[in-house]
Design a protein around this ligand. Structure first.
Ligand SMILES: [Zn+2]
Ligand SMILES: [Zn+2]
Length: 144
């Protein structure tokens, strides 16, 4: 999907009145998932269009760390608990929106069985932040 037709690009530009922006800076925008799996389910989205976590390389480690720190901050500000949160990314081709986004879900034990399937850590379709950072670090070490 080209970026001008992408719903997350539209939200990032502030052009989607149906979406409430919970946080934004120059690089990142955060809003609630439209089909929340728990009472605290946020999407942390880079404003620049990147397709998915698989497309990231060694240069994106800082971006992933920034997504996580913003996710932690928004979660705490909205009354969620970082300690019981699940954070991760869809792995292609299993994503409905082709614009990179970090899912922040708290409390992870409150997820129903459907959500537990969709967001099951380190499957073919969903990976944790730790898994992704490990992959990107290995890429970096192979370059150096
Ligand atoms: Zn986009
Ligand atoms: Zn998603």
């Amino acid at each position: 999907m080209s970026s001008h037709r992408c719903i997350f690009c539209k939200i990032a530009k502030g052009d989607d009145p149906k979406t409430t922006i919970l946080f934004q800076d120059d690089e990142i925008v955060v809003f609630k998932d439209r089909k929340p799996a728990t009472s605290h389910h946020y999407l942390v989205v880079p404003k620049s269009h990147k397709t998915d976590a698989k497309s990231l390389g060694a240069d994106d480690i800082q971006l992933v760390n920034t997504l996580v720190s913003v996710g932690n901050r928004v979660l705490e500000e909205n009354g969620g608990q970082v300690s019981d949160a699940l954070m991760g990314f869809h792995w292609p081709p299993f994503h409905s929106i082709s614009h990179l986004h970090l899912h922040v879900i708290s409390a992870r034990q409150d997820m129903g069985w459907i959500a537990r399937g969709i967001f099951r850590p380190n499957t073919l379709w969903f990976v944790t932040v730790e898994w992704l950072l490990d992959r990107l670090t290995k890429m970096k070490n192979n370059i150096e």
